[in-house]
Design a protein around this ligand. Structure first.
Ligand code: AMP
Ligand code: MG
Length: 276
């Protein structure tokens, strides 16, 4: 791969701790980390995908590290697409997806982290959260499902919870898939127009769309208050799906490479083994 087709640093999308985030200043069409076009990105993405497959096997074999990936974003931002494309080809044995929906009565009878903790990764595992505990300061805030003094305390709980996980050996990556309202319109329209996508269309999404500014404010609260050194948020330009996938795949691969993993030593003296 030629040097100028390598992606630039993904640092630019990482939110430093204690940053006051204003999403209007983040371009959902930004392409600055990769100057090429969609067509040029294909080879790069395939390469990342292959590296991810190998790294995931290594993570599983080493049975030491745990990786938690949190995906958040407005409806149609592409959470499902990221799971499908970025993790295509990885061994399903070592990768789990946990999707968080409207809490059940039993879940609501407990604290909001109760249902989340049990899905966090064990050693050797990658877990992807499709929505997460962040819904408890997003939809809950926007729809006033809890009073401000209740959800307002949660940023601190969440930071402490994630600190617990990272102290105990987890690596956490959090991605906010940043799209604009026009992109959402196109994607909702596509769900209406394309027969195979219709099942995804949900009238409720139109109601949520009307609350766009409230969700933006709620996301700004999350990104400003819960991006930490140990569990950073990345604001991923997500209007273009291929670019979004490239950014996330790059961050995940580079993070796994940074863990300096190695295969466990095989049993001694295997050279003498004869299988009859
Ligand atoms: P989807 O991701 O499209 O399957 O939708 C899941 C729905 O569950 C979304 O509308 C979320 O806002 C909602 N949801 C997830 N977590 C919570 C929560 N803690 N409280 C209320 N609604 C939630
Ligand atoms: Mg939905």
């Amino acid at each position: 791969m030629s040097e100028n087709m390598k992606p630039g640093s993904m640092e630019r999308y990482r939110v430093p701790p204690h940053t006051q985030v204003q999403l209007s200043q983040w371009d959902p069409r930004d392409g600055s980390a990769f100057p090429g076009k969609k067509q040029d990105a294909k080879a790069l993405f395939r390469d990342l995908n292959t590296r991810l497959e190998t790294l995931q096997e290594l993570l599983y074999a080493e049975n030491k590290h745990k990786l938690l990936i949190v995906l958040q974003g407005m409806d149609t931002a592409g959470k499902d697409g990221v799971i499908r494309h970025v993790f295509e080809g990885v061994n399903p044995q070592g990768v789990k997806v946990a999707s968080f929906k409207v809490p059940t009565a039993q879940e609501l009878a407990h604290d909001y982290l109760w249902r989340v903790h049990r899905h966090t990764p064990g050693r050797g595992e990658i877990v992807i959260f499709n929505r997460s505990h962040y819904e408890d300061v997003l939809v809950v805030r926007v729809h006033e499902l809890a009073p401000p003094e209740v959800w307002g305390r949660r940023y601190e709980h969440i930071n402490a919870f994630e600190k617990l996980l990272t102290d105990e050996g987890s690596t956490i990556l959090k991605f906010y898939l940043h799209i604009d309202k026009a992109a959402q319109k196109n994607r909702l329209q596509a769900r209406l127009d394309e027969p195979l996508k219709r099942w995804k269309f949900n009238r409720g999404d139109l109601k949520e769309r009307k609350l766009w500014p409230d969700y933006l404010a709620a996301y700004e609260g999350v990104l400003s208050r819960t991006s930490t050194e140990a569990a950073p948020w990345y604001i991923v330009p997500a209007n273009r799906k291929w670019y979004r996938n490239l950014v996330i795949a790059t961050v995940v691969v580079e993070t796994l490479e940074g863990l300096a993993m190695s295969y466990p030593d095989p049993e001694a003296a295997l050279d003498d083994v004869v299988i009859v």
